[in-house]
Ligand binder design. Sequence first.
Ligand SMILES: Nc1nc2c(ncn2[C@@H]2O[C@H](COP(=O)(O)OP(=O)(O)O)[C@@H](O)[C@H]2O)c(=O)[nH]1
Ligand SMILES: [Mg+2]
Length: 304
Amino acid sequence: MFKNLRKAFEGFTKKLSEVVAKKELTEEEFEEIFSDFELTLLEGDVAVEAVEKLKEILKHELVGLRVGRFGGAERLVQEKIKEAIRKYLSQGIFGKDIVDVVKDGPKPYIIVFVGVNGVGKTTTIAKIAYRLKKHGLIPVIVAADTFRAGAQEQLRLHAERLGLPFIRGKYGADPAAVAKDGVLHAMSSKLDAVLIDTAGRMHTDRNLMEELRKIVRVVKPHLKILILDALTGNDAVQQARWFDNAIGVDAVILTKLDADARGGSALSIILSINKPIMYVGVGQRYDDLSPYDPDEILNKLLSQ
Ligand SMILES: Nc1nc2c(ncn2[C@@H]2O[C@H](COP(=O)(O)OP(=O)(O)O)[C@@H](O)[C@H]2O)c(=O)[nH]1
Ligand SMILES: [Mg+2]
């Protein structure tokens, strides 16, 4: 999925090394070499903000660099680039497993999941529920999308398969009331967590914004997780902005990293959203959820 971007990085590295092998890299030279690279990044669907940020970090790391007569320019430049991006990507690690978050948090620990339809929200909730159960914690799964019968049914099947309690509302019921029911159920049954699935109608829908705000007001979640689809690039960046504006997002789970994306999509999202990444989805099975590891992404990007 990072194929195009990898090629672009290779070209960029090569041009830079040709300069630093001979002399100290000036800002003008950096700008010139970066402009070719920039075009490839933008064509590869990397968001404009991400490109700007990348430029800043790389400029800081590379201007003034020279290698001298002993050679090894290409490797040095590659290391410098890798280090700069690693530093940057590492700022976005959530850094705590959901099992510990729930164990260390108040009981029941309330989590609201938000995201546009189709990004993998329901599947990810099932994965989180599975992970909690595997570590001896019992969550209730709550279907607070009361307008899509199919969405509720999908979640009910997951709950049944996982052997976990499930709460839903009648068709058209107030989603906030259903979410509250879930919390009350968890309290009376002394459950460890409440996982609330919400509606994901197009993010330009004002009613959805109000609906989500109401859920948040009523249940006061301890954690608000946004699900983003790694294949959607710039769209995901817009979605992140919209949901953050609506309810304030604490962490992101990036799904479908396993699928064959246009180059740069995942990196672009990670660079652009300024939110900690908690997990990445790497498939459709319950255990296809991995901690976010910047090195994995870097290796795909830069290994030869
Ligand atoms: N390959 C892959 N598919 C995923 C992943 N997460 C979800 N999906 C698939 O994406 C589709 C939409 O998922 P769903 O959970 O229904 O999305 P929702 O509308 O946001 O609730 C389903 O076919 C899922 O199996 C992932 O990490 N990798
Ligand atoms: Mg769903």
